[in-house]
Write a protein that binds this ligand. Structure first.
Ligand SMILES: Nc1ncnc2c1ncn2[C@@H]1O[C@H](COP(=O)(O)OP(=O)(O)OP(=O)(O)O)[C@@H](O)[C@H]1O
Ligand SMILES: [Mg+2]
Length: 261
């Protein structure tokens, strides 16, 4: 199982949108995909629970806080769609947030290890801000990817985030963590300063800025409970769909995951 965390300390930059689409892309490649929601806002959980083919299942399933305690013994992630299972956000996470960080990291690693033989891909969505849950997610993941808007405050948030990634790597909490860098999101082609910021970021950060870009698209904003590339009429040929598929292909390429596993 390869685990990727979608993170940026800045809010509203497209973390959940990307986490959702990375998960849908895993499903598209027929990878058994585990989605974990570490954000108490629970947007990722909501989207997956709203999937059309999600059978309304009210039985008890494994929740995010259970990864850190023994309350989930015997429970399983919730099946949401073919090849897509969810560990939902829950209020128990607040206790984890206030508890001992090292204990959370050790328990989280152990829990992921025990789930890893059932899945090919694990996608973790986190809340904005610096939190124990963010550090825990970075400590148990193989990869981190950061969506970022072409906006000064978002870039400042990103720099702070990269310092935290380096800390996790250097303090040997997770020396194996590979940062895939930044995915520019919500770029508006009609705004000269967006294009200028993109140019400057690429000049300064080189390959740490992914070649793929997600542009500001209404179709992405409305596709909350389905992949943007799939509409009621089937596969979409929209620019939004094409760009999202390209972005996901680029991320999977960096994780060395090929179609057909
Ligand atoms: N490329 C895009 N084009 C248009 N709208 C987008 C795009 N990316 C994200 N959005 C919209 O922007 C809003 C914020 O996105 P999202 O919820 O994914 O951000 P987030 O980083 O997870 O936010 P939070 O920090 O609150 O968790 C959402 O309404 C989403 O639909
Ligand atoms: Mg979010």
């Amino acid at each position: 199982m390869k685990t990727i965390v979608v993170a940026n300390q800045k809010g509203g930059v497209g973390k959940t949108t990307l986490a959702r689409h990375i998960s849908f892309y895993g499903q598209r490649l027929q990878l058994n995909t585990l989605c974990i929601d570490f954000d108490p806002q629970a947007d990722f959980s909501k989207s997956l629970n709203n999937l059309q083919d999600n059978a309304k299942d009210t039985s008890k399933h494994l929740l995010a806080s259970h990864l850190f305690n023994s309350k989930g013994d015997g429970l399983l992630p919730k099946p949401c769609s073919k090849n897509l299972q969810l560990i939902s956000a829950d209020t128990g996470m607040l206790k984890i947030e206030r508890g001992d960080l090292q204990k959370a990291i050790d328990a989280g690693k152990q829990s992921l290890r025990s789930l890893s033989n059932q899945y090919d891909l694990c996608v973790i969505d986190v809340a904005p801000g610096i939190s124990n849950l963010l550090v825990t997610a970075l400590s148990i993941a193989d990869y981190a990817i950061s969506p970022c808007k072409p906006d000064r405050d978002a870039i400042d948030g990103l720099l702070a985030f990269f310092l935290n990634v380096r800390k996790v790597q250097e303090e040997a909490i997770n020396a194996e963590l590979a940062s895939l860098g930044v995915l520019l999101n919500q770029v508006n082609k009609n705004r000269a300063f967006h294009l200028e910021i993109e140019k400057q970021m690429r000049a300064a950060w080189g390959t740490s800025v992914l070649p793929a870009v997600l542009y500001e698209r209404a179709a992405i904003d409305t596709a909350k409970d389905r992949p943007v590339w799939l509409t009621d009429r089937g596969e979409s040929t929209s620019m939004a769909a094409k760009e999202m598929l390209e972005a996901c292909a680029c991320i999977f390429d960096q994780m060395n995951i090929k179609a057909g596993k």
